[in-house]
Design a protein around this ligand. Structure first.
Ligand SMILES: [Zn+2]
Ligand SMILES: [Zn+2]
Length: 289
């Protein structure tokens, strides 16, 4: 909640006129308690989870030849009802795990000083903070994911996420509630270490979720703009991890590839890629299954 009642009051206090984004932010947030602004995160996550996978869902159901040739595991077809069940299960986990986690984390968010005021982040601040959040989450997530592949953790927790050996966009957050909480922690660490504005905080979670949906989409488009991001894993990279399943020793990182290269957990994937190149496309291995 802002400490000003009117736009004029805010302008007098700041000693200058408000920019357009600041005016919009003032009108939106001036009378909303910080807790309510923090809880927006859950709504945004649910909203973007509900709309971002729709293009992939339509591609899967439409069966367009031109798009289908970019499908990583083309022999696996999902029906509408299979996808709807996935959505329903994820929303259930969302209600029992994500929302309580968001509420519980509020005192921490307050304590570290995520700001809600009129000093909105510049484009540069947004860029570098979100980049730092991605790198931190990716590194910690890599190790947690590796631990989730230990026998006990896999059987009790991570097995649920691997039910999809050919993932779809909707299955990105399809996981045991404990995994949602465990893997949610690295996503909070970035904002805790480098706190910013609440709009940066919202944007971070939205981008991370869209990235996970694209990574699980089951489609690898050569024209995707993510191909220009250095060390970006993408759909084919993570799809291979799902394809091999429990016994995989490859591709544990969630966003970038550098952890797998540094710690040597890229070799299985590298071998398949090499084999694929010899057979014109690396997806050939999947298609021959
Ligand atoms: Zn895994
Ligand atoms: Zn996955």
């Amino acid at each position: 909640m802002l400490p000003y009642h009117t736009l004029q009051e805010a302008e007098v206090a700041l000693g200058r006129g408000l920019t357009l984004p600041q005016t919009i932010w003032f009108k939106y947030s001036a009378n909303k308690p910080d807790f309510l602004l923090h809880c927006h995160n859950s709504l945004f996550l649910l909203f973007f989870y509900s709309i971002a996978p729709i293009p992939f869902l339509l591609m899967e159901l439409g069966g367009n030849y031109k798009l289908n040739k970019h499908k990583i595991q083309p022999k696996v077809k999902r029906t509408f009802w299979e996808m709807f069940k996935c959505y329903k299960d994820v929303v259930h986990t969302f209600v029992i795990a994500v929302t309580p986690l968001q509420i519980i984390s509020y005192p921490t968010i307050k304590w570290i000083g995520i700001r809600t005021g009129l000093s909105l982040p510049s484009g540069w601040e947004l860029f570098w903070q979100i980049l730092v959040y991605f790198v931190i989450e990716d590194y910690l997530g890599y190790w947690i994911h590796r631990m989730l592949h230990y026998k006990w953790a896999y059987q009790k927790i991570h097995k649920v996420h691997h039910e999809y050996s050919a993932p779809i966009g909707l299955s990105a957050p399809y996981a045991h509630w404990a995994e949602i909480i465990i893997l949610g922690i690295p996503a909070f660490i970035g904002p805790v270490l480098v706190p910013g504005h609440i709009t940066t905080y919202w944007l971070w979670f939205i981008l991370r979720q869209i990235e996970a949906i694209e990574t699980h989409s089951g489609y690898d488009f050569p024209w995707s703009c993510t191909k220009f991001i250095p060390f970006y894993g993408g759909a084919a990279f993570h799809d291979y991890h799902h394809y091999v399943g429990e016994k995989t020793q490859s591709n544990f990182a969630s966003v970038f590839t550098y952890c797998d290269y540094i710690y040597g957990t890229h070799k299985g994937y590298q071998y398949i890629k090499q084999k694929g190149r010899e057979n014109s496309t690396y997806t050939k291995k999947y298609k021959m299954k």
